[in-house]
Design a protein around this ligand. Sequence first.
Ligand code: PMM
Length: 305
Amino acid sequence: MPSTPSSPATGARSTGPEPLPAHLRAAAAERALVMGVVNVTPDSFSDGGRWFEPGAAVAHGLRLLEEGADLLDVGGESTRPGADRVPVEEERRRVLPVVTELVRAGAVVSVDTTRSAVAADAVEAGAVLVNDVSGGLADPRMADVVAAAGVAYVAMHWRGHADVMDALATYDDVVTEVRDELARRLDDLVAAGVRPEQVVLDPGLGFAKRGSDNWPLLAHLDVLRGLGRPVLVGASRKRFLGHLLAGPDGVPAPPERRDAATAAISALAAAAGAWCVRVHDVAPTADAVRVAAAWTAGAHVRAGR
Ligand code: PMM
């Protein structure tokens, strides 16, 4: 299948990064893909501790596949604001058995890590995508590992680790600055030997973003798609949704009350041409991306009149 970059001008869908399996790229030509989150952490903001045992994490991943996940994102380090770093050996211990088992079960697996050593081991265990929330900034060796392995790579917009990121959320024009910083990441990755066809870009919702910064980024996904690479959106259960859905007392809605809003964003992001949406609650988003695809196809029917 030829490589099809995002085409914001024509509205054509991106089939996604070239190294991914053909069945996934074929699905991506029709609709946004659904990435199910498997956090093997005791402390993620959204589902911390629920799938911390490897067996529970694998069972959870298999359930997400049944619900319609196209790929599974396995992570062993929480990125919730203020979180401390996990030692590399501990991250390995959490992630690798789960990647191995899910690959053995036939899943397409992504590893959510900022560390090149963990990425390399996960790829060795069968992961086909490295999801790096730092876009290569946290570990100078990441680009080399991704270039050598030739795997797909998500470069997310990032300004610093979880303990400092809230203080780094300062923008005059968030959409332009995030686009320009991602463009620089892409240039640096390519200079380090990563092929552009491997790369997916991600605005990094909630990462060094104030609540109000996330909405313009979502509403201008076309600007990020203008960089010519597929775009991944990770809005699932994030703080800005808690604030949006706060009750009359102003108390933010808790993470488990944010899934309907997440699915609404999935539909809107998919209709705006997102390549993939990363979510915890897969079933509603699996429906949402199909609604978006049918809606978009409906628009083409009358466009020919
Ligand atoms: N968000 C989280 C973790 N990993 N990866 C990408 N590419 N994009 C995101 O927005 C993203 C991510 C934080 O959510 P979690 O702790 O619930 O997994």
